[in-house]
Design a binder for this molecule. Structure first.
Ligand code: APR
Length: 263
């Protein structure tokens, strides 16, 4: 057996033991967990922003200025928006998404905070799920914050209107420059506030407020377990940092937790 494997197995075992010893486990995921589902990340090698450049930081202000035009553009996307939409449309959850479902079913994982808008955690079966950057299959009312599946909304007249209060509907995905909706942000802070062990998977941990959550856990004496192909902004603060493909590593981690729990 090559040496490298053994140290990886030992690291996975250590991570599993930390999860089983913890009181309140949560997770934070990013684009890296959906790469094995065919959706490119944003930054780094093969990243959308690397390929197309970062989008304008005033996407939200542009929407508010002319919601009709913004919807016309959204319904006929090009460049990065087109690639995001097409890859999400073809994507299926991968073993990394299912590993979090298993950890939740085992009663180990309390809440999962995702920065991804691709709906894959929800489709895999995650229940205690907080989508901090929204969900691309939903629309949200700017007036009452009600959310609806795209499928139940008519786009004959733009901008589409809320079925509850007739307010203007925007795609639920949080645009650059848009404040995170208060309801989901408040829940994220509450969940992070209880957490003593957080799995941080497939994120560069560069975008706030999401990147604050693991640091808050760390500052309160909690433990961080990272799963990432490369080093990230928070690797130095992690007790265990598993290097490799998220799908494989998270699957092995969930299996190991299940095995250790029996003893
Ligand atoms: N397995 C594990 N990690 C991976 C994999 C993989 N197969 N592929 C890439 N990664 C890692 C990269 O090393 C990187 O650290 O995933 C991370 C992806 O980082 P980003 O592309 O910056 O994505 P994310 O952290 O989710 O971005 C945060 O930025 O652009 C906004 O709103 C967007 O939600 C997004 C936010």
């Amino acid at each position: 057996m090559p040496q490298a494997d053994t140290s990886q197995e030992a690291a996975i075992r250590q991570a599993a033991q930390l999860l089983l010893a913890a009181e309140y486990v949560t997770a934070l995921t990013g684009a890296g967990i959906s790469v094995e589902s065919g959706i490119p990340p944003f930054r780094g090698p093969g990243g959308l922003w690397t390929k197309y450049g970062e989008p304008p930081m005033d996407g939200y202000q542009r929407f508010l200025q002319d919601p009709k035009k913004a919807w016309e553009e959204r319904l006929a996307p090009s460049g990065a928006s087109q690639e995001i939409r097409d890859t999400i449309a073809r994507a299926e959850p991968n073993p990394g998404h299912y590993a979090f479902v298993k950890l939740e079913e085992l009663g180990v994982l309390r809440w999962l905070i995702t920065q991804n808008v691709d709906n894959l955690h929800r489709r895999a079966g995650s229940r205690n799920l907080l989508e901090i950057h929204g969900n691309s299959t939903l629309v949200r009312c700017l007036n009452c914050t009600a959310r609806f599946p795209l499928a139940v909304i008519s786009f004959d007249v733009l901008p589409p209107r809320c079925l509850q209060c007739n307010g203007i509907l925007k795609n639920d995905t949080v645009a650059f420059g848009e404040p995170i909706p208060g309801d989901v942000l408040e829940q994220c802070w509450r969940v992070a506030g209880h957490c003593d062990c957080m799995i941080v998977a497939g994120t560069s941990a560069t975008v706030t407020p999401a990147a604050y959550f693991p640091m808050q856990v760390r500052e309160r004496g909690g433990t961080l377990i990272e799963v990432n192909l490369y080093e990230s902004e928070i690797t130095q603060f992690c007790t265990v940092s598993l290097r490799g493909q998220a799908g494989e590593l998270l699957h092995a981690l969930a299996q190991t937790v299940q095995t250790l729990r029996k003893f």
